[in-house]
Design a protein around this ligand. Structure first.
Ligand code: ADP
Length: 220
């Protein structure tokens, strides 16, 4: 389904979101106060506009209130990021994603109503650290402070050739298996009768501490 997105700030983060959404065929309005940045996205976004988003009149004339999702990807200027987030929220935009520079900035953005706050350097650091610590965790995505999705390699023979039901997986680990990767195949939403094999990896969703407990079990 086609949605419309407005991206404010076309640095590395906003720019990469813009390219990805446009390539996926979505409607994208790209806004930056720097003309050079805007020129770079002229042929990428549906519309690219040079404007200072801190000006409420500018946001109104761009019709920001009519967008399904607004992404505030202003980098260094924390004050601008907060002010723009606040104004976009007051306009009643249903989904606001904002980029934070640090923990305090993230707290403020959450308080004033950003639906999702991302802190790309920190989030990527957490993800890479999980890869480094564990031999079993192939990939890791933090969904919130409490929940994550992880891809865990099946390395413990106790799991081999048993169905998810035999393993009593959900009760035992308090995790849902949303996929099983087997060589180049991905079994999406596996049935409880699906047999887990050596070298499979399980895509699980649940509380981060339960993901860590599963990882520990794999190493036993
Ligand atoms: P990144 O880490 O994503 O590269 P940057 O700080 O380099 O972040 O990029 C942020 C972008 O946001 C810059 O291109 C900058 O011109 C733009 N920007 C900053 N303040 C405003 C504003 N008030 N209105 C519009 N664009 C802004």
């Amino acid at each position: 389904m086609k949605q419309n997105f407005a991206i404010i700030g076309l640095g590395r983060f906003g720019g990469s979101i813009c390219r990805t959404l446009a390539a996926a065929g979505q409607e994208v309005l790209a806004v930056d106060m720097n003309e050079d940045q805007v020129n770079e996205y002229m042929n990428v976004a549906t519309h690219a506009v040079v404007a200072n988003a801190q000006d409420e009149g500018v946001l109104r004339s761009l019709g920001i209130r009519n967008f399904d999702t607004v992404i505030i990807a202003i980098g260094e200027d924390i004050q601008a990021s907060i002010l723009v987030t606040l104004m976009v929220k007051e306009m009643g935009v249903p989904r606001i994603l904002a980029k934070a520079q640090n923990e305090n900035h993230a707290r403020v953005l959450e308080k004033i109503g950003a639906d999702r706050v991302v802190h790309p350097e920190r989030d990527m650091g957490v993800r890479i650290a999980h890869h480094l610590i564990s031999k079993n965790i192939m990939d890791y995505l933090e969904l919130s402070d409490q929940y994550s999705i992880a891809e865990v390699n099946v390395t413990n023979p106790k799991f081999f050739n048993q169905s998810l039901l035999d393993l009593n997986f959900r009760q035992r680990f308090s995790l849902n298996v949303i996929g099983i990767r087997r060589k180049s195949d991905l079994i999406v939403s596996p049935l409880a009768t699906e047999i887990v094999k050596e070298n499979d990896s399980l895509l699980v969703i649940g509380e981060t501490n339960d993901v860590e407990a599963l990882d520990d079990q794999m190493s036993k």
